[in-house]
Design a protein around this ligand. Structure first.
Ligand SMILES: Cc1ncc(COP(=O)(O)O)c(C=O)c1O
Length: 477
């Protein structure tokens, strides 16, 4: 054969490509089908396993089957079963299989969507996804947005955009306001955006874990009195601790009065706006200047997809546009977007396809129905928990998260915290569900976050069975 046409070993022939996908698919399907039977978490011996896998750069290749076995038989099982129906910890999502197929397509075609000219039609598909998100939260047509790797990067981009819009080049006098229930990524965003940690004012929340707007107003006034420049306020559309939704209307009013950039962190809760009950709970979100939404949470996508929407799309561009001679011309028409012009990234994956494919295949209705089911399940869980003697539910779930604790009469403070930590480990030891806890102002609580598209009533009943049994165990000493 002509040496000029020889394939390198990295260029796989068709039959080899098929074999790779077929063999991987065989493992994947078996894995996904067995998710409900797998433990909700299994990390016993995982640290030793992790250390045993440290290795030098391999010079030579190994058989694919061997590598698949290492992944599926050894590495994957020793982890939290984040894709399974029993994962009610932190903020689940599950990981839609369609999105994995979309990733395979996107990676195999490997087109460049950061620059419009390189793949106009594909950039349009991603722009459609962003527009759909805008519609979901009630943003105007002029809104623009980006898909990020997650909520943290979305919050960071929001802070940077707000800083550029509302503060001078010398911005160190700018102050930001978040509640004591806000996700720590906002603190991190401010730090990465160059603000001293003390410029982030932490506003107390009320007994329902919602930001105290009166306290916020006072803090802003105090800061103005001392010559600081209040410029950014965050509203929570579903807190990580308890799922609380701030009064998004009152915050919108205050932000307008005070001339602040109004950001809403809807990483967990924002997509509930697809449902009627969610839209009601999130009223006011449509008045924000920017909003973070995490498809890898409440659209059930695999990890790696967040998003930021900005009401005035021009603000995103003003904050991010930097030109270079080696780049092609950027689009000036309003309906065409160069994502590199409105985001921190240039080269990146075609992450829009991951959202586009499942939405196109099922329509928004399927997502709405699944989210409605999560709202029902959380309410059901709160009702059932209240029937368990000694259990205190901290607030009616605003969305799909319930925080609770065992609070026997006469037991408080550290003793109650310790009791609840034991309760958590007894529940999780049964391995049918995996819950996590958190610390609120008056102590340690457990939380159930129902958000995986794979979680249904059957698994919730198991959760309640395990909670009742664990309460019996810890109460008996
Ligand atoms: C309310 C909220 N905001 C932001 C984030 C950060 O998102 P990510 O983990 O995608 O960076 C989270 C993560 O759980 C969250 O719950």
């Amino acid at each position: 054969m002509d040496a000029r046409e020889l394939r390198s070993e990295l260029e796989l022939p068709p039959e080899r490509m098929r074999a790779l996908v077929d063999r991987a698919m065989d493992r994947i399907v078996r894995h996904v089908e067995s998710l409900p039977q797998q433990p909700a978490a299994d990390v016993e011996g995982a640290a030793e396993l992790a250390r045993s896998l440290a290795e030098p750069l391999p010079e030579d290749g190994a058989p694919f089957e061997e590598l698949l076995a290492l992944l599926f038989d050894t590495a994957v099982p020793k982890s939290f079963n984040t894709a399974g129906p029993g994962y009610l910890a932190y903020i689940p999502g599950g990981g839609l299989f369609h999105a994995a197929v979309a990733d395979l397509i996107a990676d195999a075609v490997n087109r460049y969507v950061g620059v419009w000219l390189a793949a106009p039609a594909l950039a349009q598909l991603e722009a459609n996804v962003v527009r759909w998100f805008g519609r979901i939260v009630g943003y105007p047509e002029a809104a623009r947005g980006i898909l990020t790797t997650g909520g943290s990067l979305a919050n960071f981009t929001a802070v940077v955009t707000a800083r550029r819009e509302r503060l001078p080049e010398d911005f160190l006098g700018g102050t930001l306001y978040v509640s004591d229930q806000a996700h720590h990524s906002l603190q991190k965003a401010a730090m990465l955006a160059g603000f001293p940690p003390a410029n982030v004012r932490v506003v107390p929340s009320d007994e329902a874990f919602r930001i105290r707007v009166d306290a916020l107003r006072r803090l802003i006034a105090e800061d103005r009195d001392t010559g600081m420049r209040p410029f950014f306020v965050n509203g929570n559309a579903g807190t990580t601790n308890t799922g609380a939704v701030d009064d998004l209307v009152a915050l919108a009013d205050l932000a307008r009065e005070e001339g602040l950039w109004y950001h809403v962190d809807g990483a967990y809760g924002g997509f509930f706006a697809l449902t009627e009950r969610g839209r009601e709970a999130l009223t006011g979100i449509e008045r924000s200047d920017s909003v973070t939404l995490d498809p890898h949470k409440s659209l059930f996508l695999p990890y790696g997809t967040g998003s930021l929407l900005v009401r005035d799309g021009g603000a995103l561009r003003r904050a991010h546009s930097v030109r270079a001679d080696y780049l092609p011309p950027m689009q000036e028409a309003d309906d065409l977007v160069d994502f590199c012009e409105i985001s921190p990234e240039l080269s990146r994956d075609f992450r829009g396809l991951r959202v586009w494919l499942p939405f196109k295949m099922h329509g928004a209705t399927a997502f709405r129905r699944a989210l409605d089911e999560k709202l029902d399940l959380a309410r059901w869980a709160a009702r059932e928990l209240r029937k368990v003697p000694g259990i205190e539910v901290l607030a009616e779930p605003a969305l799909s998260l319930v925080a609770f604790r065992l609070s026997p009469p006469g037991v408080g403070g550290e003793r109650r915290d310790e009791l609840n930590r034991r309760l958590l480990s007894r529940i999780n030891a049964r391995r049918r569900v995996f819950l996590t806890g958190t610390l609120l102002a008056d102590g340690y609580v457990l939380r159930i976050c129902v958000l995986s598209f794979r979680t249904h009533l059957g698994r919730m009943e198991q959760a309640l069975e395990d909670i009742r049994a664990a309460v019996g165990e810890v109460s008996a000493g």
